[in-house]
Every structure is written in structure tokens, then in C-alpha cells.
Design a protein. Structure first.
Length: 94
């Protein structure tokens, strides 16, 4: 499962970090529900893209705005690279 990222400038009065945290909690609970209700023993993982964006927002030398295109919602090449790395890491288990 693919966790989305927050908009660069927040949304509806929520800041970027608040959106990232809410997003991950919702995706994790949905993944847990699907796994438990399927009866197939599925271990569904969530690629923590929103958390990676939050890490850049809080700790990185990379300009946070550089992860987005000018519209503040869609990803730049740098943002796509980060998202892709998160998906690959989730698939590979690292």
C-alpha cells in the first residue's frame, strides 16, 4: 500500500506534519483491516512516503519545497525519486 504525502503548504488548516501523521495512521489501519478480514493471512505493508517527506521537512539539507512541482501537490523529480525509494525499500523489506 502506498502512503501519500501531504501538500507542501498544508490543507484545510492542517500543517504538513499533521497531514503526514494522519495519512500514515489511516493507511496502517486500512492495511490491518484488510489483512485481518481477508482470512488469507496477508501481511500488507505500507510504503511510508508521507513519513519520508516529513523527515525531509524536519531534518534534511534538501529544500522541502524541492520535492514538489510549482502547484505544491504533485511531485518533482526529486520527490518522485524519494517516493520510489520508499516503495522499493518496502518491497525489499528494508
Amino acid at each position: 500500500m502506498f502512503q501519500t504525502w501531504g501538500r507542501r503548504d498544508g490543507l484545510g488548516g492542517l500543517t504538513f506534519p499533521e497531514i503526514a501523521r494522519i495519512s500514515y495512521e489511516r493507511y496502517r489501519s486500512t492495511a490491518d483491516y484488510i489483512a485481518s478480514s481477508s482470512g488469507l493471512g496477508i501481511n500488507m505493508q505500507v510504503a511510508p512516503i508521507g513519513q519520508a517527506f516529513e523527515s525531509v521537512y524536519n531534518n534534511s539539507d534538501i529544500p522541502f519545497a524541492g520535492l514538489y512541482r510549482q502547484d505544491g501537490s504533485h511531485l518533482s523529480r526529486t520527490g518522485n525519486y524519494l517516493a520510489s525509494a520508499c516503495v522499493a525499500g518496502t518491497i525489499m523489506g528494508s
